[in-house]
Design a protein around this ligand. Structure first.
Ligand SMILES: CC(C)c1ccc(C(=O)O)c(O)c1O
Ligand SMILES: [Fe+2]
Length: 288
């Protein structure tokens, strides 16, 4: 079993690094941690960085999870190899760039590159965005799946994720007490579908809704409230069509909740399963 601790960072190829960097700082509200080797590293909380843009193929996406020890990384590599999934150990240059002590890379069954890292860097500098979006931290990813049952099995049987809820066939998966850190998103490609940052409150969401609309940013869903996590949300489009989500108030599922009888719930794959306020997603895959 591969024990997944929190997500540490996403790496995302962009077709125009300067335009994408302006989006990340002036629109999304992230802080630049550094520029290094043709990439820009962004902070959104006390992690060294949580998002990296590199000039390259916009379909090239990586999600990195933290492992508990170098031994856990080696055991994970052996387990993946046994399952026929090729694994690559990170080079010195890759580990330096990511500010991690050990790392492996592999592809999950739908094809997105996953990195498992040990001792990722923490920052001694407080995050403050150039724009006050109210961000409290990076939280989860929507990950594309070409076969949600197969991928649910990968994340829950080979890795330590647990299903918190389903919307249609798509599971929302937790790796700690937060309702989900991975939302599987049924589609025909691999990669990240959306990147979620938590914001402090509903006022931040609504301020961003006006802010983004005034600047012509395409809102693709919300403002609304997910019946699954209970979070209020807003989704909008970023560079190369990648979707970004702000949300606030995501519920926790604790060991005590599970002991008290929490079971994953089945929600319909229609607008009522996605939003309890009546907002409808302008996202082709969610049209039922
Ligand atoms: C629309 C997607 C897949 C989705 C659904 C539910 C939640 C939630 O309960 O918070 C999300 O964060 C999502 O991104
Ligand atoms: Fe989400």
């Amino acid at each position: 079993m591969i024990k997944l601790h929190d997500i540490r960072y996403c790496r995302v190829g962009v077709s125009n690094l300067e335009d994408a960097t302006r989006f990340a700082t002036d629109i999304l509200g992230l802080d630049i941690a550094r520029r290094d080797g043709g990439a820009v590293y962004f902070k959104s909380d006390d992690r060294d960085h949580t998002l990296v843009y590199f000039e390259g193929d916009p379909r090239d996406h990586v999600v990195a999870f933290e492992a508990g020890s170098p031994e856990e990384i080696e055991q994970a590599a052996a387990q993946l190899e046994r399952a026929g999934m090729p694994v690559r150990y990170g080079s010195d240059a890759e580990r330096d760039a990511r500010r991690v002590r050990a790392m492996i890379a592999f592809r999950e069954p739908s094809g997105t590159q996953i990195e498992l890292v040990f001792r990722p860097g923490h920052s001694g500098r407080r995050y403050h965005g150039r724009r006050d979006a109210g961000i409290t931290g990076f939280s989860h990813v929507g990950l594309c799946t070409t076969d949600s049952r197969r991928d649910e099995q990968f994340w829950t049987r080979m890795c330590s994720a647990q299903v918190s809820d389903w919307i249609g066939e798509a599971p929302l998966l937790r790796i700690d007490e937060v309702h989900h850190k991975i939302a599987l998103f049924p589609t025909t490609r691999s990669g990240i579908q959306h990147i979620n940052h938590q914001v402090e409150g509903i006022d931040d969401l609504m301020r961003s809704w006006y802010f983004l609309r005034e600047r012509g940013v395409r809102i693709v869903f919300g403002p609304g409230r997910h019946p699954t996590s209970g979070a209020r949300f807003l989704y909008f489009e970023g560079p190369d069509g990648l979707v970004y989500e702000y949300s606030t108030g995501v519920r926790s599922i604790t060991a005590a909740d599970v002991e008290a009888g929490y079971r994953p719930r089945q929600f319909p794959f229609d607008p009522t399963g996605f939003c309890m306020w009546g907002s409808k997603p302008d996202i082709p895959e969610f049209r039922s």
